[in-house]
Write a protein that binds this ligand. Structure first.
Ligand code: 5GP
Ligand code: ZN
Length: 136
């Protein structure tokens, strides 16, 4: 995609510190890191959402995530792994990317529940409805 920053990184138009490359994926340093060692892992082909990718590309992406996680985790001993899968999920660059962010005690980012308001308790019938809707 011509307008996509990450496609420009893949084509070499935007100079980037590329850390590793596989057949379908690359990893590189985030230009505006949330912590020292913030890494992004992306597919070479442009897809907005994980479910748009084919199985081989998806497996290749998560294999590289697995390899990079050991490296990133060695920075502080704990890693936040995050995917904003679509614009309304907070995705700013519309090209699939996995964030690997070193975490540490007192970094003030907190647990995932801090991103949302208080969690609501669902009734048994609501849980049953969701179960029927989401099970594969
Ligand atoms: P999002 O907000 O879509 O989940 O994450 C996009 C990420 O891309 C952000 O962490 C941002 O810092 C990073 N980013 C944006 N532009 C560039 C760029 O030109 N180069 C690199 N290396 N990272 C970028
Ligand atoms: Zn792209």
């Amino acid at each position: 995609m011509t307008d996509c920053i990450f496609c420009k990184i893949i084509s070499g138009e935007i100079p980037t510190k590329i850390l590793s490359e596989t057949i379908h994926s690359i990893s590189f340093l985030d230009a505006f890191p949330l912590a020292k060692g913030h890494v992004l892992v992306i597919p070479k082909n442009h897809y907005q959402k994980i479910q748009d990718m084919d199985k081989d590309e998806n497996a290749d992406l998560f294999s590289l995530v697995h390899a990079m996680t050991s490296k990133v985790d060695s920075m502080t001993g704990a890693t936040l792994m995050a995917i904003h899968n679509g614009k309304d999920a907070g995705q700013e660059v519309p090209h699939v990317h996995v964030h690997l962010v070193p975490r540490s005690m007192g970094d003030s980012a907190g647990p995932i529940h801090d991103m949302f308001g208080p969690a609501s308790k669902l009734s048994e019938s609501e849980l049953d409805r969701l179960f029927d809707k989401l099970k594969i």
